[in-house]
Design a protein around this ligand. Structure first.
Ligand code: HEM
Ligand code: 2DC
Length: 469
């Protein structure tokens, strides 16, 4: 018979002391490494308490499977307290990110049809493809300006602009012009606000929402201001489309983006549409751009893989004869490159679920309503689950005997990432165009670590060289 919950390893009896140690160890930027350390110390399962928040942490794909198979129709993850606190403080409606129960499920089913379903994602391809092509043009201009056939830079902000331009083109069916030299300062403010919003979230992760508004610290004020900018700018974009749609209804046949579809279908109240479109617009900036930056960095460090990938892309282009949908079906290695990038550099350090019933993990009883976290960063770097985990080897995904519950970068099940298909297509098309036009290089021997800033990001700027082929 399984062991009891109170027998679980870990220092879970001293919540406030743990939080204090966590502060001291600079834990706010190091959550991912602390977790690896704890799995080494306690084994594949441990119990933890930070402040008021208790959790059970697991690393084994089999255990992740057990957890997700019992999650039911209304899965709930950890609700990031400052995000909840902001909405309550300003009286803003929740989107799917923060909703629960039936309210979450009904919104989510409507959104899935417009954002995730097979029928609609083909419509995204031309919209995302043109943004990818424009990014290449922008790089080419920079290369010409340099007069040396190459361009070396930290691409962080360029990629933020690319990512926001991409997600807005599918949301609004309109270009913001962020790949031109002079951009709308409001758009840049939005980009900076999203980064600051994430950055100010991590120090407040374990403070309950009810306390947050009352403390009036600098972090909280910056956090509120960031969300204010995010909501205001998203609202402006949404209003523009709303107005256009009321003025003329002629362009109904052509696909005009997710927002128009939601408005025309008329299944969601306008406030819920706004809340969800705002979340998608904010969720679409740092996530894909950082992943692309990591992908280019890894490809620069492993030129053999870069060449194989380029060969696959050239062959797929030939075979598809300009049919992008066809081409996207012939790029197995590219899809593996993205999975491999997310293995080593996941956006989310963990996936979390509240158990809905008692389950058994590693032979311990876990009661219902327990927060269980799957340490996907730790899993991705553990030799028990990936042989030679330090190697960037995309082909492992094509030849591994089992990828069972290992590719979890976008989460799992009905609560998985809503933007998954947008993100995947956006990143595939970007890498196709980049590899067709440039060689990606980076200085040898520069090690880049990872920093937890709510999402995982590089701990120093990544410098890349793009060389005309
Ligand atoms: C949720 C990862 C891009 C919007 C999530 C979750 C993960 C994730 C791990 C939690 C899933 C779970 O609990 O099972 C990523 C990664 C991205 C990415 C790795 C890109 C590389 C995007 C984009 C958007 C977006 C582009 C917007 C279009 C969302 C939303 C949720 C979510 C709204 C909450 C869904 C819900 O609770 O129902 N994402 N994401 N993400 N993501 Fe993403
Ligand atoms: C952060 O301990 C660490 O995709 C916490 O696009 C547990 C946790 C809970 C929810 C996770 C969060 C972590 C990281 C960022 C995620 C978030 C769910 C969605 C969000 C993974 C792992 C993200 C980046 C969304 C954000 C959309 C938002 C800007 C509107």
């Amino acid at each position: 018979v399984a062991r009891s919950f109170s027998e679980l390893p870990g220092n879970w009896r001293t919540g406030w002391l743990n939080l204090f140690h966590f502060w001291q160890e600079g834990g706010f930027h190091n959550v991912h490494n602390i977790m690896i350390h704890k799995f080494q110390k306690f084994g594949p399962i441990y119990r933890e308490k930070l402040g008021l928040y208790q959790s059970v942490n697991i690393i084994n794909p089999e255990d992740a499977a057990t957890l997700f198979k019992s999650e039911g129709n209304y899965p709930e993850r950890f609700m990031v307290p400052p995000w909840v606190a902001y909405r309550d403080f300003r009286n803003k409606p929740y989107g799917v990110l923060l909703k629960k129960g039936e309210a979450w499920r009904s919104d989510r089913l409507i959104l899935n049809k417009e954002v995730l379903s097979l029928q609609v994602i083909d419509c995204f391809v031309p919209l995302l493809n043109e943004v990818g092509e424009d990014f290449v043009k922008r790089v080419q201009v920079q290369i010409e300006k340099s007069g040396r056939g190459r361009w070396t830079a930290d691409l962080t902000n360029e990629l933020f602009r690319f990512a926001l331009e991409s997600v807005c083109n599918v949301l609004y069916g309109a270009r913001l012009g962020l790949l031109q030299d002079l951009i709308d300062p409001e758009a840049q403010k939005f980009i900076d606000a999203v980064t600051l919003m994430f950055h100010t979230t991590s120090p407040m992760l374990y403070i309950p929402p009810s306390l947050l508004c009352r403390i009036n610290s600098k972090t909280w004020r910056d956090h509120v201001q960031s969300w204010d900018v995010i909501f205001r700018h998203a609202d402006k974009c949404i209003q523009n489309i709303y107005r256009e749609l009321r003025l003329d209804r002629k362009s109904i046949k052509e696909y005009t983006g997710i927002l128009s579809s939601l408005l025309v279908r008329d299944k969601l109240p306008i406030d819920d549409i706004k809340a969800n479109v705002t979340e998608m617009m904010a969720g679409g900036v740092d996530t894909t751009s950082m992943t692309l930056q990591w992908a280019m960095f890894e490809l620069a460090r492993t030129p053999v893989v870069q060449e194989q990938l380029r060969a696959e892309i050239f062959a797929a282009r030939q075979a598809a004869q300009g049919d992008m949908l066809k081409m996207l079906k012939a790029i197995r290695l590219l899809k593996a490159v993205i999975k491999e990038t997310l293995r080593l550099h996941p956006v989310a350090v963990t996936l979390q679920r509240y158990t809905t019933q008692e389950i058994i993990l590693q032979d311990y009883f876990i009661p219902a309503k327990t927060l269980v976290q799957v340490g996907i960063y730790a899993m991705g770097r553990d030799p028990k689950f990936f042989t030679k985990p330090e190697l960037f080897d995309p082909a492992r995904w094509l030849k591994m005997d089992s990828t069972y519950f290992r590719g979890l970068g976008f989460g799992f099940g009905p609560r998985q990432c809503l933007g998954r298909r947008i993100a995947e297509l956006e990143m595939q098309l970007f890498l196709i165009h980049m590899l067709e036009n440039f060689k990606i290089e980076t200085k040898r021997g520069v090690d880049i670590g990872t920093k937890f800033d709510l999402i995982l990001i590089p701990d120093k700027p990544i410098c890349l060289t793009l060389r005309a082929l």
